[in-house]
Design a protein around this ligand. Sequence first.
Ligand code: ATP
Length: 595
Amino acid sequence: MHDRMYGNVQRGDVDWSVLAKLLPYLWQFRARVGLALSLLILAKLANVGVPVSLKHIVDSLDKSLVTQAIAVPIAMVAAYGVLRFSSVAFGELRDAVFGRVAERTLSRLGLTVFEHLHRLDLEYHLSRKTGGLSRDIERGTSGVSFLLRSLVFSVVPILVEVALVIGIFAVQFDLVFVWITLFAVVVYVLFSVVVTNWRTVFVRDANLKDSKANTRAIDSLLNYETVKYFNNEAYEARLYASNLLEREQAKVKNHLSLAALNSGQALIIAASIAVMMLIAAQQVKDGVMTLGDLAMINALMIQVFIPLNALGFVYREMKRALADVEGMFDILELTPTVNDVPDAELLPGDADGIEFDNVSFAYHPERPILRNVSFKIPAGKKVAIVGPSGAGKSTIARLLFRFYEVSAGNISVGGHKISTLTQDSLRAAIGVVPQDTVLFNDTLRENIRYGRPDASEQEILDASEHAMLTDFIAKLPKGYDTLVGERGLKVSGGEKQRVAIARALLKQPRIFLFDEATSSLDSRTEQAINQSLQTIAHEHTTLVIAHRLSTVVDCDEIIVLEEGQIVERGSHRDLLQQSGRYHDMWQVQMQSDMD
Ligand code: ATP
């Protein structure tokens, strides 16, 4: 599923059993569904009643002509009008009753998928494009909506109507009419299905080319700056133009094949109605049938075929909707790789201190990232991890937060192995300031409040103060009500980091995890924040991942990590004395600070 390029358009055969998966959702509304189906049958009864009353009107007029009496069959005409209105009215009532079912089913499914996605692990989300995911969900839910509606509004009504018409023919007339109707309907359905399947290639191709052209255009506009940097406007336009041409050609083929389908269907309808009319006319001539019967047969046949007209479309769209819904159910069937054990415990409120005991880890088995990493952070102490980029520092943080399970060894918090705890209680105890902070497209206040949604205004102000945000916010015309833009793009990297720090402070955790929390800040702000963080960290167990060594000199222990292994450890002073890796890194940074 991960490598699908454009959602579900590439899928092959569809699995009709997906329909069964919708039943539990419908079952919750069985009373309403039952009512909607009853209304449907009433609407259809009224519908076939219309041609029947037409027959009686024609017959009575016919007799009037014979007897020369000009009596308009008022009652019949009235019945005709009432039936015609009733068929529409019952249909509308059915829509109203069922509309609620469809919408509620969609809401429930949407919420189920949303909750499930939040339960899936980080790895899943890292390897999925959020755009693709939201498209899958959108297609899935609109697929469900389409399936429910087409079943209740198209497929079942057609079946009921065909059954009623055949019933009338069987009771009233020669069986030949039943056979012709059955034959025509079967040929019509088979033709529609076969031609629709043949057309699928063109429809898919047209959709694919459409997506491709759109994706290309959006990608190009998203990369506006890059396009300008390289003066590539003409190149982009050429690419887009060739995509548009492909789309155009695919669409034309699609239209032509649709014309073939429509014409074939019209031919089957015309031929079967003509044959029936011929036989009916003959029987009227022979006196077996009345003129009214002929009118009724004609009206009934036209009435049956009108909804059948949409069959090709409904069949194709149902197939597509099924594939989309299947994609969504596939997501629901994914299971997270990180799970609470069956009798997972809550991390006790006073548990504190962290221990990594011989931890090894690999994102992919063939490439080990951490090897036998052991260290302890006693309660209230501060430990830093430093080392070259890619050494595995952030991985240590992700493992502590249990975004991944360790391959070997154990991680404990307050003496409790984190694999035996509920993820919720573990994560509640840890405040993280990540390397890259992404903000919600909301106000600064709401973004800070995210650390603890029930925090008071004063607490938000205090947290902002500690994170050195107050001066920055005071300069903004809208202050705390400033919108930060999508993903927080309207605030600078350093400002985002400070919002992240304020959030983490507001959470009031026992353990802090700073992953290069101040890397985007200028030295002065960094120093100021570090002072403020030091006061806070003083009473907290803190794990700092740092790039700039000046920020870790006060740590109780500094761990130097290289290629997933601890190569040096000790206090700043010890490490400098050892004249090893740390010493070298320190020298390099001092030098570059002086330059
Ligand atoms: P930096 O200082 O640049 O942030 P780091 O020491 O924090 O580096 P990590 O983010 O822990 O490094 O990554 C360690 C290695 O694991 C890197 O080589 C990285 O490419 C790899 N890695 C990180 N995340 C994943 C992932 N989800 N799947 C596969 N490999 C990953």
